[in-house]
Design a protein around this ligand. Structure first.
Ligand code: ADP
Length: 685
């Protein structure tokens, strides 16, 4: 499967976003869950303590009612059976009682069917079966009884639906953060003789704090009496029902059980209303003052819908949402910025390498980034490119050299074969003439034999040259160094070349050497060098002269170049021996050499290419061999010319052997002879 390649910048962007965005969303989820837990915990604490407070308030209220009824029973009106006075007292009680609210009263004589006084729209005194004092007549059993008002009175318990005008003597306003919890208290009224006179019942309402604002967590009040009948509930439909009739019966059962065991706590996820919403509730209990023979614990719940308890969560979610959008945009911008700032230097490096067309015009690598690794990479790339440039330059030069060498070899082959063929032809021709008896006389025969001999000698020298260069290249050339007087060598060489110079009509001017000039060389090869140079000078000079000058310097390591400049106007680079030296300067007035050809003349097989030099014989080996010979003898050779037609100067330098007897004479050694006769004279002298 082909891998889809994307840019470094694109990859960076995707990587940063794919790491940062999940972190963002997970962070939001974690923050929300933490916030929810903390809100739940605070709801739990608030609702539990609210339930405890509610239970305490109810207990206190009921105790106060009990005390008040006791006081009423002691009054003269009740004791004197003056029903009018009782009526008046009860009216006042209904009007004035605080902090609880008495909505109606009923007074009944024992065993009577009809109530003596009833301000309620129904009978509220329980049946004789329910009320203990009517059953036994004993005052010790109970004197107070509290029970649920039943479903009929339930509407009065809702905060939005205050007690009805028919039940209440005057309309009482219920504050929005309060709920009225109604129940019925019944009490026996005894005469002074302890005989049961009446049963007095009141429908009492107690105000309870409840949630008014979304932020308050007081909770709505749910009261369950000892018979597990719901006395108060925010949903009026539930009032008067037994908890066993509710869907969450088992849960409520557990709560009632816990309360009976004296525990106050918190419960979550109960469906406490007809709406199927989750509620949170704290619960506690209190003992009603008198509930004979029965469990007298009532359960109080402070309940609130979960949504309301977690109201703050909605705001946190909104804030987190806005924050997340901000962070999302910020992380995208950051990702774009980071990927751009990281990829730009890389892109610049790529552009840099793409722009390299010509290594010789290489620019510096971009180094503007603040990332040192990338700057370093740029430096390394630039260094590599420069190395490549150097290598390619070397390769180019080597290639050119190889081409030149190849060309030279071809030229050499052509030349050499010509050089070999010419004398060979001469030899063959001369021998044929003699063999075929074409000569007229013995002298003519000798003449041909001489020519054949000369051609054979020339052939030999060409072959020797080739052998010499082969030996030099193989490094197998032996030198037999021995002292010799330079005058002797020069004399031999000049003698050998005089005839040739004469034939061409040019003057060969040798130096006048008055004293021996000792040098240490391989005699044969040094002579060969001098012959090469001298014969070249004569060969390439058609008119004028060829002169040989001598210069010396015996002081070691002194101003050698200066003295050199004094004796020659222009000289190519030459290696000077460290000690005393002798310089032989062979100057001609011949065809000269174009200076651009000078540097390559010491390479084997090189001949200045051109129409006129080509007309001269030669293999292009003479100078190369001479330079190698001279260097093996601790000397050197150089060639110089001011240009075509301006003559050539060859300088040979060789260490000098300083001997005591000649020290005084040597400084005067350079005197130029003026003609052939002078040369011969000087040599013999
Ligand atoms: P050859 O003389 O056999 O050709 P050399 O190595 O002696 O080979 O010389 C190489 C070339 O240098 C010659 O072919 C010639 O072009 C040039 N040269 C050498 N000496 C002179 C000179 N004195 N004047 C002009 N050209 C010279």
């Amino acid at each position: 499967m082909a891998i889809r390649r994307r840019s470094f910048r694109h990859n960076l962007l995707v990587k940063i976003l794919s790491f940062s965005l999940p972190i963002l969303f997970v962070g939001q989820a974690v923050a929300l869950s933490k916030a929810r837990n903390s809100l739940l915990l605070s709801a739990q604490q608030n609702l539990t303590s609210s339930a405890i407070r509610k239970a305490e308030a109810l207990e206190t209220g009921i105790q106060a009612i009990d005390a008040n009824i006791d006081l009423l029973a002691q009054t003269e009106a009740f004791q004197s059976n003056d029903l009018e006075a009782v009526q008046l007292i009860l009216d006042r009680v209904i009007r004035d009682t605080k902090p609880y609210d008495i909505s109606c009263v009923e007074l009944k004589a024992p065993q009577a069917k009809q109530a003596l006084i009833n301000t309620c729209d129904r009978t509220i005194i329980p049946s004789a079966k329910q009320v203990p004092w009517l059953q036994s007549g004993s005052v010790e059993i109970a004197d107070f009884y509290v029970f649920s008002p039943g479903a009929d009175a339930a509407t009065a318990s809702t905060p939005t639906d205050p007690p009805s005008a028919t039940n209440a003597p005057e309309e009482k306003e219920i504050p929005i953060d309060r709920a009225l919890i109604k129940f019925i208290v019944a009490s026996p009224v005894y005469g002074k003789d302890n005989s049961l006179r009446y049963t007095l019942a009141m429908e009492v309402g107690l105000l309870q704090l409840q949630d008014a604002t979304p932020q308050s967590l007081v909770g709505k009040t749910i009261v369950i009496d000892q018979n597990q009948i719901i006395v108060s509930h925010p949903d009026p439909d539930q009032v008067g029902k037994s908890i066993s009739d509710l869907p969450e019966a088992s849960q409520l059962d557990d709560i009632v059980g816990n309360v009976k065991a004296g525990r106050s706590s918190f419960v979550e996820a109960a469906h406490l209303s007809s709406k199927r919403e989750n509620w949170l509730a704290g619960y506690s209990g209190f003992d009603v003052p008198v509930s004979p023979k029965q469990d007298s614990v009532w359960t109080v719940l402070a309940a609130t819908p979960a949504d309301k308890a977690l109201y703050g969560l909605r705001q946190i979610r909104q804030v987190l949402f806005v924050l997340n959008i901000g962070l999302f945009i910020a992380s995208i911008l950051l990702a774009i910025y980071v990927s751009r700032s990281l990829s730009l230097p890389v892109e610049r490096l790529i552009r840099y390498t793409q722009d390299v067309k010509d290594l010789s015009q290489l620019k510096s690598a971009p180094r503007s980034s603040k990332i040192w690794e990338l700057d370093y990479l740029g430096t390394v790339i630039e260094r590599m490119l420069r190395g490549l440039e150097k290598k390619s330059d070397e390769l180019r030069r080597a290639w050119q050299d190889a081409q030149t060498a190849n060309q030279l070899k071809n030229e050499f082959l052509a030349n050499t074969s010509h050089e070999l063929r010419t004398p060979l032809n001469g030899i063959i021709g001369s021998i044929s003439v003699i063999r075929d008896g074409l000569c007229d006389s013995k002298e003519e025969e000798r003449e041909f034999l001489n020519q054949a001999d000369k051609a054979a000698m020339h052939l030999l020298s060409v072959i020797e040259d080739i052998l010499n260069i082969a030996k030099i290249e193989a490094g197998t050339l032996d030198m037999k160094i021995a002292p010799i007087d330079l005058r002797t060598v020069l004399q031999d060489v000049i003698e050998m070349e005089t005839l040739q110079a004469k034939q061409k009509g040019i003057s060969l001017i040798g130096p006048e050497l008055l004293a021996p000039l000792m040098i240490e060389v391989d005699h044969f090869r040094f002579k060969q060098v001098l012959l090469n140079i001298l014969s070249n000078a004569i060969k390439f000079t058609d008119e004028g002269q060829v002169s040989i000058q001598i210069a010396t310097d015996e002081r070691p390591n002194q101003t050698i170049n200066q003295s050199l400049e004094q004796t020659t106007e222009s000289v190519a680079e030459i290696f000077m021996p460290p000690g005393p030296w002798v310089k032989i300067i062979i100057k001609d007035s011949g065809i000269g050499i174009d200076p651009k050809h000078l540097p390559k003349l010491f390479k084997p097989f090189v001949m200045v290419d051109g129409s006129h030099t080509r007309s001269y014989e030669g293999t292009g080996l003479g100078l190369a061999i001479s330079q190698n010979f001279m260097r093996l003898m601790q000397g050197d050779i150089s060639i110089d010319s001011e240009g075509t037609g301006k003559g050539t100067t060859v300088t040979i330098v060789i260490p000098r052997l300083v001997m005591e007897i000649q020290t005084s004479e040597i400084d005067e050694v350079t005197r130029v002879a003026t003609n052939d006769r002078d040369v011969a004279k000087a040599m013999s002298g």
